[in-house]
Design a protein around this ligand. Sequence first.
Ligand code: PEP
Length: 251
Amino acid sequence: MSRRTLIAGNWKMNGSAAAVDAFASAIAADAGSTDADLLVCVPFVYIERMARGLAGTGVALGAQNLADVGEPGAYTGEVNGAMLRESGCTHVIVGHSERRAMYGETDSVVAAKLEAAVAAGLVPVVCVGETLAEREADRAEAVLSAQVDALFEQCRPESLARMVLAYEPVWAIGTGRSASPEQAQAIHAFLRGRIAQQDATLANSMQLLYGGSVKPDNAAALFAGADVDGALVGGASLKADSFLDIARAAP
Ligand code: PEP
């Protein structure tokens, strides 16, 4: 089956109103220069501004987190999926390693957020990845298996069918040290195989993104992997030109 290529940007806690406007107008001028699907995930406060700027471009908009409950109520500081939808989001990043490491998001929280996203009509972009210590201890596959298996144990099949999976080795995020194309493809093939043990059809259709220091100059080699269906891009997504250069490197 042929899977579409998705290039997703993660602005993290970066940006400003001026940066949103500059990005959106540059993308609006040039979004047609790639066949890949584009998605940009910005801080909550910039979602509506980015939605206005990207209107009519076909570029999708996402958030970087959501509440693990859908019902509105006494959850100070939280934002639920329905609010994200109403603000213009179609996607949301779930379980980024920074949230797992800094905000205590366990596999159970990630599973609950996946369900909350799907219940709100959002596509969850769920992140998994191993740390450097885990890779060096030859535990990358075990760690990834545990993260993926938890989703299959705790989420409904129809929810899993909606998700995009992003492999983001923690040691490659924001370090300038990307996984090699061979390392990325090997893990993506492993993840697809692991999912196939649960559901072969889903394994075949699920988009698997690579994330971790993707730049215009390494993107084409990473995208050459048969199981690499695009990228989740942090730093290089902050400027429209580097983000589009990455997208144009997609096959
Ligand atoms: C990320 O934030 O998900 C990421 C992959 O960051 P970077 O591209 O900067 O490594």
